[in-house]
Write a protein that binds this ligand. Structure first.
Ligand SMILES: *Cc1c(COP(=O)(O)O)cnc(C)c1O
Length: 388
């Protein structure tokens, strides 16, 4: 069969696709591997979807609003800070927004003009930058556009390498804050120091900002090269609905609209997201609950177990398991991961980077789910360690 398929472009053939966390088909799992919200969305969301479908689904014959216009206005109003609908672009998940940013700003290195307007110099400007570790979708999107990746590594402290990012010549730099998979947040003071030097587009991916104490939206007014990206998937309990957005200068929003699918957000998703925004007090309550559970579980890891754990400003915890002999490392983390999986507790292990391989990322679930997780980790810790 495959010899009948015409040859694809070489960079697509070479592409390493993004690996999403497992979504088990069968029930019975304690699912703490993709940072979904453990609580259902606002009841207004279900009502709004029912209303949008109506008795006979007649509205589904019609295309959705192409710009998600009401949602843009509602998002601008939610954040205040002088933002208008013209500062907002809605995406089919924030992954769509990240893809649009790469499409608009990142391309083959040869397309980078020299400062003087001449031919590109050898080793021309890197096209897209990001830290390592961070969200592993960025390099995939960059490779699809045949851009070049410039990576700036963290040290184990996970302190932001401010000066290196400020000096980067990337066209666009993608910074996750709070970071994934560590949960470590970067302050606006640090972002301001990056913005004081960096001349490209700074994209701050704030998927987890509703769980943090600070966010970068107040910086938008002073920095026309800043984009803040948000999602309904985590804090709004709507990962299945696929809505995210960019906040930026209207000139940047205009560029994203040019490269966007004309109907990128479907009717039901627009209605669901609008309804969610109308029920902030519901979400304030579940976000507080997730944060309280998180802080208790961080204490469980650090104080009761003595495990090194990064301070989390997100809805997940990045911790370094220690076995009964006091050992840590990639094999120890893998052993804990597999032990949990055998008990139908699903968490995430990132073996491909030296700074992440000794750790597990635990999404914050309900208190009952975290109790199961804690008891399973106790059982792992008291299980005999096999000699290697
Ligand atoms: C979950 C996540 C996203 C993806 O969000 P969607 O809106 O579901 O596409 C984007 N960035 C980071 C860092 C994430 O963890």
């Amino acid at each position: 069969m495959s010899e009948l398929v015409p040859p694809a472009l070489p960079h697509v053939v070479r592409l390493h696709a993004y690996t999403p966390g497992l979504q088990p088909a069968e029930p019975g799992w304690v699912k703490l591997n993709t940072n979904e919200c453990p609580y259902p969305p606002s009841p207004r969301v279900v009502e709004a979807i029912r209303r949008e479908v109506g008795e006979d689904g007649a509205s589904l014959r019609l295309y959705p609003n192409p710009t998600s216009a009401r949602l843009r206005a509602a998002v601008a109003e939610l954040h205040g800070e002088g933002l208008q609908a013209g500062n907002v672009c809605i995406g089919n998940g924030s992954d769509d927004i990240l893809n649009l940013l790469v499409r608009a700003f990142v391309g083959p290195a040869a397309a980078d003009p020299e400062p003087g307007g001449g031919r590109p110099a050898a080793g021309a400007a890197a096209a897209a930058g990001f830290t390592l570790p961070s969200y592993s979708l960025y390099p995939v999107l960059v490779e699809i556009q045949q851009g070049r990746c410039q990576t700036i590594p963290f040290e184990r402290s996970m302190r932001l390498p401010v000066d290196r990012i400020a000096r980067s010549d990337a066209r666009a730099f993608f910074l996750t804050s709070p970071n994934a998979p560590t949960g470590v947040a970067f302050s606006n003071a640090e972002l301001e120091r990056v913005l004081a030097g960096f001349r490209g587009l700074l994209v701050v991916d704030e998927a987890y900002a509703p769980f943090a104490n600070e966010h970068a939206i107040p910086l938008l007014a002073r920095h026309p090269n800043l984009v803040v990206v948000r999602t309904f998937s985590k804090a709004y309990a709507l990962a299945g609905i696929r809505v995210g957005y960019a906040l930026a200068n209207p000139a940047i929003i205009d560029l994203l609209d040019r490269v966007r699918d004309s109907y990128n957000v479907n009717r039901l998703s627009q209605a669901a997201a609008l309804a969610a925004l109308s029920d902030q007090s519901y979400y304030d309550a579940i976000i507080s609950r997730v944060k309280a559970t998180r802080d208790r579980f961080v204490a469980d890891c650090t104080q009761r177990r003595g495990w090194f754990t990064y301070p989390s400003a997100a809805n997940f915890i990045f911790t370094e398991p220690r076995d009964s002999r006091g050992n840590t490392g990639p094999a120890v983390a893998l052993s804990a991961f597999e032990f949990l999986r055998a008990r139908k507790v699903l968490v995430r292990h990132f073996p491909s980077h030296a700074l992440t391989a000794p750790f597990l990322r635990l999404s914050v679930g309900t208190d009952a789910e975290m109790r199961v997780l804690s008891e399973s980790l106790d059982a792992w810790q008291s299980a005999p360690v096999p000699d290697v």
